[in-house]
Design a binder for this molecule. Structure first.
Ligand code: 6PG
Length: 259
């Protein structure tokens, strides 16, 4: 019996684009980055973007390094979340970006705002909070407004390092926190919902059949953020664009072909 309750996709203004495959999602993501970067740099003299981790960014980075006309000297890169490992560790989101993206474009070192995981989880989260406050010139009560945040989604509906039933989901007081993730047996460092939802643009890129059940659950279930953290991504005054490949969209009713 279909639920009569409003679903996430009907209570959150979002644009859903179903694309053929991973390369198409990467091209579409890069197109959004290029457009927003040009506009932000023209208006404010900089483009601030928070990267996601995991595997999908690799395909995006492969497209992004082709953007030779982008004024990389005006781009400031942050991370929406980071694993509590050394920045040289294979699991590091910084290292993923460094190896596949940042070492291939002329972006000034000072524009790369790495999470200092060497400090330990909590101090690194505090230091990153200070870094956000300094860069965005924030007082203690205001939020950074990223020009763009890139987000992936796990097959459990997590995004950034906002995992189901974890403390960070409830944290609306801090910008960046250390989040204990029991299922990983590890802490993660993550931006909180207020920061992610303050962005001007949130681009969600999701690929692969393994995500299809989570895509269906997030979009077509009534909001249950504790169980499906991606449902907590609702930009307050910004655009939300979902770029999903056909495989990840397979469980959606009437999943049409690529956009
Ligand atoms: C991380 C990410 C995480 C990721 C999802 C999807 O640090 O792992 O930030 O939220 O975006 O797990 O990862 P894939 O792109 O590998 O599907």
């Amino acid at each position: 019996m279909p639920s009569t309750q409003p679903t996430y996709r009907h209570t959150t203004p979002l644009k859903l684009h179903i694309l053929a495959d991973v390369p198409a999602v990467a091209v579409a993501t890069t197109r959004h980055i290029r457009a927003r970067a040009s506009s932000a740099i023209a208006i404010s003299g900089q483009f601030t973007i928070a990267l996601s981790g995991g595997e999908t960014p690799k395909a995006v980075f492969a497209e992004l390094i082709k953007e030779h006309d982008l004024n990389w000297s005006k781009v400031h890169v942050f991370w929406g979340d980071e694993r509590c490992v050394a920045y040289t560790h294979p699991d590091s989101n910084y290292r993923l970006a460094h190896d596949h993206f940042l070492s291939h474009v002329p972006i000034p070192k000072a524009n790369i705002h790495r999470v200092q995981t060497e400090l330990g989880a909590k101090p690194a989260a505090e230091a990153y909070t200070d870094e956000l406050r300094a860069h965005f010139k924030l007082d203690d009560h205001s939020l950074p407004r990223f020009d763009m945040v890139l987000l992936g989604m796990g097959d459990d509906g997590h995004t950034a390092s906002l995992f189901p039933y974890t403390a960070a989901l409830q944290n609306s007081q801090q910008l960046v926190v250390s989040n204990a993730v029991a299922k990983l047996g590890a802490n993660r460092i993550t931006m909180t919902y207020p920061v992610l939802n303050a962005a001007a643009w949130v681009i969600v890129h999701i690929c692969g059949q393994g995500k299809s059940a989570a895509v269906k659950a997030v979009l077509d279930s009534p909001p249950q953020v504790e169980r499906l953290p991606m449902q907590g991504i609702r930009p307050m005054h910004g655009e939300l664009v979902w770029l999903v490949d056909q495989a990840a969209a397979a469980a959606l009713d009437g999943a049409a072909g690529p956009a």
